[in-house]
Design a protein around this ligand. Structure first.
Ligand SMILES: Cc1cc2nc3c(=O)[nH]c(=O)nc-3n(C[C@H](O)[C@H](O)[C@H](O)COP(=O)(O)O)c2cc1C
Length: 346
C-alpha cells in the first residue's frame, strides 16, 4: 500500500446508533482498528454519549436550508450535539453506520439523527442548492437475531436519509448474532471445564470460535471499507491533479499558439524585412549599376552582369557565406541549412 501523508488519509466517520455502549460500539472499535490499519483516519459519534433532538417538522429548513433547532440555544430542551455531527458529516470522506435492529428498523435515537438530515433535503429539493459529489457509506446491522422480519426497514431508512446528506449507501453488512465482547463466551479454566458435559463443552467451543470469526470479520470489513475509501480518495486526488495539469497544458497551448502565431507573423515580418532588405539591396545594387554606388553589388553590376544574373550571384554568395558560417559553428545537416537559407531568401 502506498504511504500517505496524514492530510491525504481519508477520514471515515463511525456512528454507533445504539442508545447503549454495547455491541454496536464494540463493533465500531473493531471496524476502526481495521480501517486504521488500512490507512484511514477515523472519527466516532456514539449515540450512547451524544444527544440528537428529534426533528419537530417546523418546516423552517425548507425556507432557510438550516435546522431551526440548532439556533434555539436559549431553550435547553433543544440543546444537543447536532452541530458537532453536522460539521463532521460535511467534512469526512465516508461514513460507517453501525446500527442496532429495533423491530426491523432503527432505534428512536438513531431515527432522530436520520430525521435531522431534513435540512439537506430542503437545500436540494426546495432551495435548488447543488449537492456535493456523493461519498461512500456502509451500514453494519447488529441484532440479537431470530426476528423473521429482517432489516429492510433499517437499510431503506438509512439509505434515504444519508442520501440527502451526500452519501451513497453502497453496502449493508449483516452482523446479526454478534455478541459484545463483555457478553462473548470464553473457555472456562480446565478445573471448571471438567464439570461440563461433552455437549456443553462442544457448544461453548463453537460459540467461542464463532465469536472469533465475527471479530475477524469485523476487522476485515473495517479494513476492506477503508481500502476502498483510500483508493477513492487517491483517485479523487489524481483526478484533481490531472484536471490541473490539463488546465496548465491548455494555458501552455494558448501561449504556444500565440507565440507560434507571433513567430509566424515574425517570420512573415522577418521575411518581409529580408525581402525588403533584399529588394533594397538589389535596389542599391541597381543604383550601383547606375553608377551612383560603388559597393560590391555595384562592382558586380559594373562587371557587366545583368540584373537577374546579379541577383542570382548575390544569392549564391550570401548562401555560401551562411553555409561557411554555419558549417564552422554547428554540425548541421547541409541540405537543411540550404532549405532554411532558401526560405529566408524567398
Ligand atoms: C426494542 C428492541 C427491539 C429489538 N428488535 C430486534 C429485531 O427486530 N431484530 C433483532 O435481530 N434484534 C432485535 N433486538 C435486539 C438488539 O438488536 C440487540 O440486542 C443488539 O445487540 C443491540 O445493540 P447494542 O448491544 O449495541 O445496543 C431488539 C432489541 C430491543 C431493545
Amino acid at each position: 500500500m502506498a504511504a500517505h501523508k496524514q492530510s491525504d488519509k481519508p477520514d471515515i466517520l463511525f456512528i454507533s446508533g445504539s442508545p447503549r455502549a454495547r455491541t454496536c460500539e464494540a463493533l465500531v472499535g473493531l471496524l476502526e482498528q481495521g480501517a486504521k490499519k488500512a490507512g484511514a483516519k477515523t472519527q466516532r459519534f456514539c449515540l450512547s454519549k451524544k444527544r440528537i433532538h428529534p426533528c419537530i417538522g417546523c418546516g423552517a429548513c425548507e425556507k432557510t436550508g438550516i435546522c431551526s433547532l440548532a439556533s434555539r440555544t436559549h431553550d435547553k430542551q433543544f440543546l444537543d450535539d447536532y452541530l458537532e455531527l453536522k460539521a463532521v458529516l460535511e467534512r469526512v470522506d465516508a461514513v460507517a453506520l453501525v446500527a442496532p435492529l429495533y423491530f426491523a428498523g432503527p432505534p428512536a435515537q438513531l431515527k432522530a439523527l436520520l430525521d435531522r438530515m431534513q435540512p439537506y433535503w430542503a437545500q436540494r429539493y426546495r432551495l435548488g442548492i447543488k449537492p456535493p459529489a456523493k461519498r461512500p457509506a456502509q451500514l453494519f446491522v447488529v441484532g440479537g437475531g431470530g426476528d423473521e422480519h429482517g432489516y429492510t426497514p433499517l437499510s431503506i431508512t438509512t439509505k434515504s436519509a444519508i442520501a440527502v446528506a451526500g452519501f451513497t449507501l453502497e453496502k449493508v453488512n449483516n452482523f446479526i448474532g454478534f455478541a459484545a465482547p463483555r457478553d462473548a463466551p470464553i473457555y472456562p479454566p480446565d478445573s471448571e471445564a471438567q464439570s461440563l458435559s461433552h455437549a456443553q463443552l462442544a457448544k461453548l467451543k463453537r460459540a467461542v470460535s464463532e465469536q472469533a470469526a465475527f471479530t475477524q470479520r469485523a476487522l476485515d470489513a473495517g479494513s476492506a471499507f477503508a481500502r476502498y475509501v483510500v483508493k477513492k480518495k487517491e483517485a479523487a486526488i489524481l483526478t484533481a491533479q490531472l484536471a490541473q495539469v490539463e488546465a496548465e497544458l491548455a494555458v501552455l497551448n494558448e501561449v504556444g499558439d500565440a507565440r507560434h502565431g507571433d513567430a509566424r507573423q515574425g517570420d512573415v515580418r522577418h521575411g518581409d524585412a529580408e525581402g525588403r532588405s533584399a529588394l533594397s539591396t538589389e535596389g542599391r545594387s541597381a543604383e550601383g549599376r547606375s553608377g551612383e554606388g560603388r559597393g560590391a553589388e555595384g562592382r558586380s553590376s559594373a562587371e557587366g552582369r545583368g540584373g537577374t544574373e546579379n541577383r542570382g550571384a548575390n544569392r549564391t554568395e550570401s548562401r555560401s557565406a551562411v553555409r561557411t558560417e554555419h558549417q564552422a559553428e554547428i554540425d548541421l545537416d547541409y541540405s537543411k541549412l540550404i532549405i532554411s537559407v532558401d526560405k529566408g531568401d524567398e
